[in-house]
Design a binder for this molecule. Structure first.
Ligand code: FMN
Length: 191
């Protein structure tokens, strides 16, 4: 398994990353490889909606997104890690998603499905400070749509409510155990 972890929080070592460590450990233990991109340290312009990708499936903006397209292409699993910011994905994660418009064009306008049937899967990991019933709804819908554009099947989500301070999730041993299990399930192919 080649897992690409897309770190979408500007907060290094925060709740999402603490949980990702547990998941990544399981992948590595099983002989899989884990690669990371930290969006906040990259130069990424938001999608300009120019339609430049419509006829090519390739984004016209030349920035660090080029290395992300390559990393995503090399991966068979992608885990998008984003905190909830105002009921949705972080801005960094949203830019990552919007720039997948080029792959949306490849799939839906150019009908180029050359990676179809490869069983690639994408997952969302998200944490939020509050415990609102709908706190993850927007992020889950957006992540599902991003992975669909990328031709990655949506494998599911790992969500933790009620954690705000950096590393607060360490004080929730049940969630830490659940993250280990999520990693095991990924490796086992049950999600
Ligand atoms: C700009 C900003 C917006 C936020 N918006 C929400 C929100 O709408 N709902 C919520 O429950 N938590 C919100 N939070 C709290 C984070 O989701 C929470 O602290 C999360 O665990 C951070 O994850 P991280 O440590 O991986 O960055 C917000 C935090 C920031 C900085």
């Amino acid at each position: 398994m080649k897992l690409l972890v897309v770190l979408g929080s500007p907060r290094k070592g925060g709740n999402g990353e603490v949980l990702v460590e547990k998941i990544a450990e399981q992948v590595e233990k099983s002989g899989g490889a884990v690669d990371y991109v930290r969006l906040n340290t990259l130069k990424l312009r938001p999608c300009q909606g120019c339609g430049g990708c419509d006829k090519t499936g390739v984004c016209v903006i030349k920035d660090d997104m080029e290395s992300i397209y390559e990393a995503a292409d090399a991966a068979d699993r992608i885990l998008l890690v984003s905190p909830v910011y105002f009921y949705g994905l972080s801005a960094q994660s949203k830019i990552f998603g919007d720039r997948m418009q080029a792959l949306w064009a490849r799939k839906y306008l150019l009908k180029n499905r050359f990676r179809e049937g490869e069983g690639r899967k994408g997952y969302l990991l998200s944490t939020a400070a509050t415990k609102g019933e709908k706190i993850f709804d927007c992020s889950v819908l957006t992540a599902r749509y991003i992975f669909d554009a990328m031709d990655f099947e949506y494998g599911g989500e790992f969500l933790v409510k009620g954690v705000d301070e950096k590393k607060a999730v360490l004080e929730t041993p049940d969630e830490m155990d659940r993250a280990v299990q999520f990693g095991r399930d990924m490796v086992a192919g049950t999600i």
